[in-house]
Design a protein around this ligand. Structure first.
Ligand code: UDP
Length: 243
């Protein structure tokens, strides 16, 4: 398929729920979901095996909801359910554009998604289906970043593609500080020590312990997922050591 050279053959793409909300910041913007599905389709056609982890931040984040007085674990379960809603929206858009998909949920709900079974997930990928991991890890007090790390390890992904709204990892928030500098490469330890906002520390530690590279890149720029899997060197690479 495609014949294009791929640097990464099997990838996990982590997308925060906010990307699906588009300009409205809350809920699901169907235009955004369709555009995103088209991008994924193009990468799929290059022969890349793709699994997706979608966050739930466009609907609910447990930590924020618990600040209002709700029990944290309950709020986290609500957050996990939010990721299922997002996963179904994305599945719908992908299937409409002709991409075969499976949603696998860490929280069992047989009517809407398959339960997550590792061997089944890898089989789906081998058959060319896009697998969407819904329901986070199934445990409160975790995030979908950690879900992406965990699933990446389980399915033997070559890399985590961490999609953001900025070009990569900066030394300060580039939306607030004009002079913020972007890093081309970082080690896991640097990310942890400098408390850089790549992914939460649980997710980073898991990648560090298992030497799984992370590429942080801007998903708002069309064609970027393709560029990353081809190894065009955009964004910030987080790995064990600099080249
Ligand atoms: N969540 C959880 N366990 C997990 C994954 C997610 O409890 O394994 C909950 C948590 O409350 C989180 C919410 O689901 O705030 C949505 O996920 P996340 O914040 O990672 O979404 P994103 O910020 O990527 O949109």
């Amino acid at each position: 398929m495609g014949g294009a050279k791929l640097k990464y053959k099997r990838v996990i793409l982590k997308v925060t729920g906010e990307v699906l909300a588009g300009a409205q910041k809350y809920g699901i913007d169907s235009k955004m979901v369709r555009a995103f599905a088209e991008e994924i389709k193009e990468v799929k056609e290059m022969g890349c095996e793709m699994a997706l982890v979608i966050g739930g931040g466009n609907i609910l984040r447990g930590a924020e909801a618990s600040e209002g007085g709700m029990e944290r674990a309950t709020a986290d379960y609500m957050g996990m359910l939010a990721t299922v809603i997002n996963s179904l929206a994305l599945q719908d858009a992908l299937e409409k554009s002709g991409v075969s998909t499976r949603v696998m949920s860490a929280i069992e709900m047989r009517q809407v998604a398959e339960p997550y079974i590792r061997r089944r997930a890898t089989r789906h990928l081998e058959k060319g289906r896009v697998v969407i991991f819904a329901g986070g890890t199934g445990n409160p007090y975790f995030t979908t970043d950690t879900t992406a790390s965990l699933r990446a390890m389980e399915i033997g992904a070559d890399v985590i593609l961490k999609a953001t709204k900025v070009k990569g990892v900066y030394d300060a928030d580039p939306l607030k500080h004009e002079g913020a500098k972007m890093y081309g490469e970082l080690t896991y330890i640097e990310v942890l020590n400098k408390e850089l906002k790549v992914m939460d520390s649980t997710a980073i530690s898991l990648c560090m312990d298992n030497q799984l590279p992370i590429v942080v890149f801007n998903i708002m720029e069309k064609g970027n997922i393709k560029r990353v899997v081809r190894g065009e060197g955009i964004g910030t690479l987080v790995s064990a050591g600099k080249r």
